[in-house]
Write a protein that binds this ligand. Structure first.
Ligand SMILES: *Cc1c(COP(=O)(O)O)cnc(C)c1O
Length: 344
C-alpha cells in the first residue's frame, strides 16, 4: 500500500530506532531527562526563542500556546480554515473558556485588511481580543506557505494593537525548505510557536512549544493537569533530535513527489487542483461529481493499492512523506490518471 492519507503515518526508520535505543533518559516531570532538555534547547535555538517544552502532540502545543495569551472571556483571531479552530475540538473553549474569532478568506491567507476592524477591547459587551493565531504551512490550504511579507505585516499590525501572536508551525520546516527562509526568520514575528516532530519530520510522537522562558515555565505547569507530564520521554526526544539532524533537508523530496501527484491531477480531466498550486507536501483536489464522491474515488484508489483521504464530499487530500518514494509517487500518479478521467 502507498499510504498518502497523512504525513503522520510515517514509521521511525531503523537508524532513528537505533538512536532511540541509545537515549539517555530520566524523569521529565522532575525535569531530569537529559535528552528531553537537549531537544528543548536545540529546537528553541533553531527558532530563535529562549525556551521550549516537549509535549505529546501538536494539539497540546497549540492549546497551551492559546492558553498562555488569553484569559477566560478573551478571544483570538484566526483564519477560518485553520487546524486550531477546526480540528482540536475547540479545546480552548472546553478547557479554558476562551473564544475563537475565525475569519473567512478566499485563499486561507489572512491579511491586515481582513482583521483591521475586528479587535475588541474593554466594552463590557464584548470579549477582549488578545491573540492572533496563524498556521504555516496551511494544512487545509493545501500545504500553502504563507506569503512572508504579508505575514510580517499582519504580525506587526497585531503587535501594534497589543495582540500576542501564536504560530501553528506543525509543518514549519516544510515552509522553511520550500521558501528558503530560515525557521528563526519566520518565527521572529511570533511570541510562541508549536512545531510537530511527528509529521513530515518522521518522529513517532511529539511536538514542541517554543517561546519566552517565563511563558514556557507557565506552560510546563499547565502541561501537567492536561496529562502531558511524561516520564522517560527521552526515548521520544531522541527520535525528534534524529529527525532534526537528518529529516529536514529531505522534505524537498516530499515536495517534489507532491508535484508529481499534482501534475497527474492537472492532466486528469475529472480532477482539479484546489488550491491550483502545490508548494509543499499536501495535494488537495476536487473530484468531478460524475466520478462519484471523494470517498468512492478513494475506494477505487485503495483497490489499486493507494490510500488518500476524502477531505470533503468532493475533495481528496494526498500527503507525501518519508515513507513515500518517488517511484511510489509515480505509481500513485498513474492511478490518478487511470481513474480520474470524466466519463464521456
Ligand atoms: C497535525 C496538526 C496539528 C497537531 O496535530 P496532533 O495530531 O495533535 O499532533 C496542528 N496543526 C496542524 C496544522 C496540523 O496539521
Amino acid at each position: 500500500m502507498i499510504d498518502l492519507r497523512s504525513d503522520t503515518v510515517t514509521k521511525p526508520t531503523p537508524a532513528m530506532r537505533a538512536a532511540m535505543l541509545q537515549a539517555e533518559v530520566g524523569d521529565d516531570v522532575y525535569r531530569e531527562d537529559p535528552t528531553v532538555r537537549r531537544l528543548e534547547e536545540r529546537i528553541a535555538a533553531m527558532v530563535g526563542k529562549e525556551a521550549a517544552l516537549f509535549v505529546p502532540s501538536g494539539t497540546m502545543g497549540n492549546q497551551l500556546g492559546v492558553w498562555l495569551h488569553c484569559r477566560p472571556g478573551d478571544e483570538f483571531l484566526c483564519e477560518a480554515g485553520c487546524h486550531i479552530f477546526n480540528s482540536e475540538q475547540a479545546a480552548y473553549a472546553q478547557l479554558f473558556s476562551i473564544a475563537a474569532r475565525p475569519v473567512a478568506t478566499a485563499d486561507q491567507v489572512l491579511t491586515v485588511q481582513h482583521v483591521q476592524d475586528l479587535v475588541r477591547g474593554e466594552d463590557v459587551h464584548n470579549p477582549r481580543t488578545t491573540l492572533l493565531c496563524l498556521e504555516n504551512t496551511h494544512n487545509r490550504g493545501g500545504g500553502k506557505v504563507l506569503p512572508y511579507e504579508g505575514l510580517a505585516e499582519l504580525c506587526r499590525w497585531a503587535a501594534a494593537c497589543g495582540l500576542a501572536r501564536h504560530l501553528d508551525g506543525a509543518r514549519l520546516f516544510n515552509a522553511v525548505v520550500a521558501s528558503g527562509i530560515s525557521a528563526d526568520k519566520w518565527v521572529q514575528h511570533f511570541d510562541t510557536v508549536s512545531i510537530c516532530f511527528s509529521k513530515g519530520l518522521g518522529a513517532p510522537i511529539g511536538s514542541a512549544l517554543c517561546g519566552p522562558r517565563d511563558a514556557i515555565e507557565r506552560a510546563l505547569r499547565m502541561r501537567k493537569p492536561l496529562g502531558g507530564g511524561w516520564r522517560q520521554a527521552g526515548i521520544l526526544a531522541d527520535a525528534a533530535l534524529y529527525a532534526l539532524d537528518h529529516h529536514i533537508d529531505r522534505l524537498a523530496d516530499d515536495h517534489a513527489n507532491a508535484k508529481i501527484l499534482a501534475e497527474a491531477v492537472k492532466q486528469a480531466d475529472g480532477l482539479d487542483l484546489d488550491p491550483p498550486t502545490v508548494e509543499t507536501n499536501i495535494v488537495i483536489f476536487r473530484v468531478d461529481p460524475k466520478l462519484g464522491t471523494a470517498a468512492q474515488f478513494c475506494d477505487r484508489l485503495e483497490q489499486r493499492g493507494v490510500l488518500m483521504s476524502p477531505n470533503a464530499k468532493h475533495k481528496v487530500r494526498a500527503v507525501t512523506h518519508l515513507d513515500v518514494s518517488a517511484q511510489d509517487a509515480k505509481r500513485a500518479a498513474e492511478c490518478l490518471l487511470e481513474i480520474g478521467s470524466k466519463p464521456s
